[in-house]
Design a protein around this ligand. Sequence first.
Ligand SMILES: NC(=O)c1ccc[n+]([C@@H]2O[C@H](COP(=O)([O-])OP(=O)(O)OC[C@H]3O[C@@H](n4cnc5c(N)ncnc54)[C@H](O)[C@@H]3O)[C@@H](O)[C@H]2O)c1
Length: 327
Amino acid sequence: MTVLVTGAAGFIGYHVSEALLARGERVIGVDILNDYYDVNLKFARRDRLMRHDAFEFIKIDIGDREAMNALAAANPDITTIIHLAAQAGVRYSLENPFAYIESNVIGHLVMLEMCRNMKGLEHFVYASSSSVYGGNTKLPFSVDDPTDTPVSIYAATKKMDELMSHSYSHLFGIPATGLRFFTVYGPWGRPDMAAYIFLDAIFAGRPIPVFNNGEMMRDFTFVDDIVKGILAVADGPPSGDGAPHRVFNIGNNRSEPLMRFIEMIEKAAGRKAEIDFQPMQPGDVPATYADISAIQNEFGFEPSTSIDEGIPRFVEWYREYHGMDRN
Ligand SMILES: NC(=O)c1ccc[n+]([C@@H]2O[C@H](COP(=O)([O-])OP(=O)(O)OC[C@H]3O[C@@H](n4cnc5c(N)ncnc54)[C@H](O)[C@@H]3O)[C@@H](O)[C@H]2O)c1
């Protein structure tokens, strides 16, 4: 089968593409390679994918209707789309909300319109986020919990993706699955996310900013677990009467105190962090914790990497990528 992966030069898109290629699929990767974070990291991921003959990279803005439709018309063998391109990040959505509307709302609509016209398409899988749960205080977060009180424009755009996907699925019978990711970390991870920010600061001897005085809990999910879940879901499109659209949580099903996460990073880095406690950030939530029973029951999804195992693997990659001495 041929799989279209959007956001292929991004953190999760890179790993998903590698996994698809490893199992013999043909992959078309799309990414705009924007500079939201260090673009060299995106180039490096893309270049690794381009070593595979079965990988083709196309630089396109998913909001460009003509370009996306031309891509679909030129590749009638695409059976699956794994749509991960987005403007990510909660905090940046307070600074540049339009980037979120352009990529996550207009871009998502362009993707759905494209799906509508693709005769051979069997499944549209797309990224949502745990942030749709907003200020929900009931833990763990279940897919049946209300998600109509987003606390950032990022969260609002991800909820909108779910709503738009449902309506397209209902109107045009497009089999679609939304996945609510919970704080993903691991090798080739994002420089704007906690694990990378903390490690960078520890190695540079800078204090690390810790919000809400460290009273935060996160369902940290190792990227290899997420990838296994995405592929299992991609292989099982929803069917049946009504809108063939489902939404699942995909997390580690364990909520860790942020301070324990930091301790693991200190241990793997072999250095102590200097901690700069700060108040809660607007748009942030104090805790995330995924109830994954639905995806467990339906797809046998079982995350197996604890932070005790995953953090050292992330730190090892970081040292190698930055050409650091291992000692
Ligand atoms: N990493 C996480 O913890 C996490 C958590 C929840 C949800 N998500 C979602 O998962 C998906 C992948 O996240 P990630 O961590 O790999 O982020 P990422 O920023 O590393 O990857 C996203 C990629 O999309 C590309 N992109 C952005 N706008 C585009 C556009 N208009 N056209 C084409 N390409 C565009 C970017 O250049 C980037 O390479 C996103 O939808 C994100 O919102 C991630």
